[in-house]
Design a binder for this molecule. Structure first.
Ligand SMILES: Cc1cc2nc3c(=O)[nH]c(=O)nc-3n(C[C@H](O)[C@H](O)[C@H](O)COP(=O)(O)OP(=O)(O)OC[C@H]3O[C@@H](n4cnc5c(N)ncnc54)[C@H](O)[C@@H]3O)c2cc1C
Length: 106
């Protein structure tokens, strides 16, 4: 992983200097634009006491979107999974809805 250490701008952006967190080596990349990717942070603090989160704060479910807490389902980006896209979020939502209906119907 590289850390941004300097973004140089003389009228407009001219370069970005990044630092490797492996060997500390700094590299300057000449560029005129930058897209800042800050990563993801699931808002799951409210679930911490239920012991259903992985080390990164994502909710662990089974394939039916069920958690180990009775009647609690999770779907979409908040769930621990491999692909965080609209298509998977929509699919998760459909499965979670059906699972919840089944739970209510008994
Ligand atoms: C910059 C960026 C670009 C992306 N580009 C693409 C793309 O091109 N194609 C693609 O398929 N996917 C893309 N994605 C991923 C896609 O946006 C997500 O996978 C999808 O939006 C997940 O849907 P979701 O409903 O699970 O979560 P979100 O869309 O994140 O919706 C969660 C909602 O819950 C709300 N919320 C959070 N906490 C609470 C709370 N405590 N109470 C009430 N509401 C709460 C949030 O405000 C938010 O509105 C992109 C994501 C990002 C960040």
């Amino acid at each position: 992983m590289l850390l941004v250490v300097l973004m140089k701008k003389i009228k407009k952006l001219s370069s970005v200097t990044v630092k490797s967190n492996k060997d500390g080596k700094e590299t300057t990349i000449m560029c005129s634009g930058v897209f800042i990717y800050i990563g993801f942070l699931p808002a799951t603090e409210m679930l911490e006491k239920h012991n259903i989160l992985n080390d990164y704060g994502y909710v662990i479910t089974d394939e039916n979107m069920k958690t180990t807490v009775k009647g609690l389902f999770a779907c979409g980006d908040v769930r621990k999974k491999g692909l965080f896209q609209i298509a998977t979020a929509v699919g998760d939502g459909a499965i979670a809805a059906i699972s919840a209906v089944k739970k209510i119907d008994g």
